[in-house]
Ligand binder design. Structure first.
Ligand code: NAD
Ligand code: UD1
Length: 339
């Protein structure tokens, strides 16, 4: 049995990945400080799987606790989802972001080294590419200095991982650059439950649909795109979770630094998303045009061919799957996990 410590495993992407890990025959252990997760998610995961998944409450910056976890469990690899991810908040609290994300990853990697665990998968982001010079983005597209502390923590952790892999070349280091994760598990039991008013498009759409918010403001309709709104590569969270399973299968105990884009390769505009979402709910979602949002890139989508060729992974879920599953989750849980 291959045991994987899933830090941040109670969060949005982590919870979906835990399910796909079990489905693929891996044994996950969730390690989360519940800063941005609710305990109910654990019950929901167990309901979906029909069995209990082990969970340890803890912080990735807590070296002593991690020491205990690695001593008491035979851990073959770590997937690190633990991190703070709100762009606006990161501008207001940069030190907290560098501490939680960069220092957290450093403490976690130190514990792994100490316990001779040399398989690490890191949740990176397309944000490391900044404003792209050209699209689609390949893994060789240049990294840019990020326009907010959150994004910069991703760039910094990527460099730290690569440098550690040079120093310890028996390490298998996997950097997965996610494009825009949306959607939810088919059951409608787990999904995205952001704190406060959502910053991201899909949770905003779902909260308008259930009446928690009045209407969507579309940030900018004068961009140089087909309809004037920004283009993104939205990817279903279950496809993303399966990308982690594929990376694990391919890279476990394979020394090196392995970098993959996880996206669909298709860009949709904000208006495409509103149209698709309106189709899922059966009426036109209330929306209006608003000024551009500072820091937005115009167009960002992946060339996912490296993941296809090397991992045998492709995203198969459609835009209709993404909008339907997101809405299904929110409809069943209008106020999220509620604990
Ligand atoms: P999330 O907030 O739902 O999940 C993160 C989890 O980590 C939460 O359960 C939180 O409680 C936990 N956590 C935070 N700090 C911790 C710490 N110090 N110790 C232990 N646990 C801690 O976020 P998500 O959307 O599931 O994202 C997971 C990862 O993927 C993050 O690193 C995020 O930056 C990255 N990512 C997310 C997106 C996205 O759009 N959701 C895009 C690209 C990259
Ligand atoms: C944002 C972050 C990015 C982070 C990612 C995942 C910014 C500038 N970028 O990316 O760093 O990695 O989330 O957490 O915040 N939109 C609206 N109205 C809304 C919300 C969004 O029109 O209420 C538009 C945005 O302008 C954008 C698109 O929808 O064009 C997608 O936005 P979002 O879901 O926030 O993702 P990103 O901008 O790609």
């Amino acid at each position: 049995m291959t045991t994987i410590l899933v830090t941040g495993g109670a969060g949005y992407i982590g919870s979906h990945t835990v399910i796909e890990l079990v489905n693929a025959g891996y044994e996950p252990i969730i390690y989360d400080n519940f800063y941005n997760a609710k305990k109910t998610v654990l019950k929901r995961i167990n309901t979906i799987l029909g069995r209990e998944v082990k969970c340890i409450e803890g912080d990735i910056r807590d070296a002593q606790k991690l020491d205990l976890v690695f001593s008491q469990n035979k851990i073959d690899g770590v997937i690190n989802f633990a991190g703070l991810k709100a762009v606006g908040e990161s501008v207001k609290m940069p030190l907290e972001y560098y501490d939680n994300n960069v220092n957290g990853a450093r403490v976690l990697l130190s514990a792994m080294l100490k316990h001779n665990c040399k398989n690490f998968i890191f949740s990176s982001s397309a944000t490391v590419y900044g404003e792209p010079d050209s699209v689609p983005l390949t893994e060789n597209s240049p990294l840019k200095r990020a326009n907010c502390p959150y994004g910069q923590t991703k760039v910094d952790i990527e460099y730290m991982c690569q440098e550690l892999q040079v120093a310890h070349n028996d390490f298998s280091m996997v950097l997965l650059r996610y494009f825009n994760p949306v959607g939810a598990h088919k059951s409608g039991l787990i999904g995205e439950d952001p704190k406060g008013v959502p910053n991201n498009l899909m949770p905003y759409l779902t909260q308008v649909a259930v009446g928690r918010l009045k209407e969507l403001s579309i940030f900018g309709n004068d961009y140089p795109t087909k309809d004037g709104t920004c283009i993104r590569d939205y990817i279903h969270v279950v496809d993303l979770a399966l990308g982690h399973v594929a990376a694990l299968k391919h890279c476990l105990n394979k020394p090196g630094c392995h970098i993959y884009n996880l996206g669909t390769g298709t860009g949709y505009s904000v208006l495409d998303m509103v149209k698709a979402f309106s189709k899922a709910i059966g009426y036109e979602l209330p929306h209006k045009f608003a000024p551009r949002r500072a820091g937005d890139v115009v167009e960002c989508y992946a060339d996912p061919s490296k993941a296809k060729n090397e991992l045998g992974w492709v995203a198969t879920r459609t835009l209709d799957d993404m909008t339907f599953d997101s809405y299904n989750w929110q409809k069943n849980n209008p106020n999220g996990y509620e604990d």
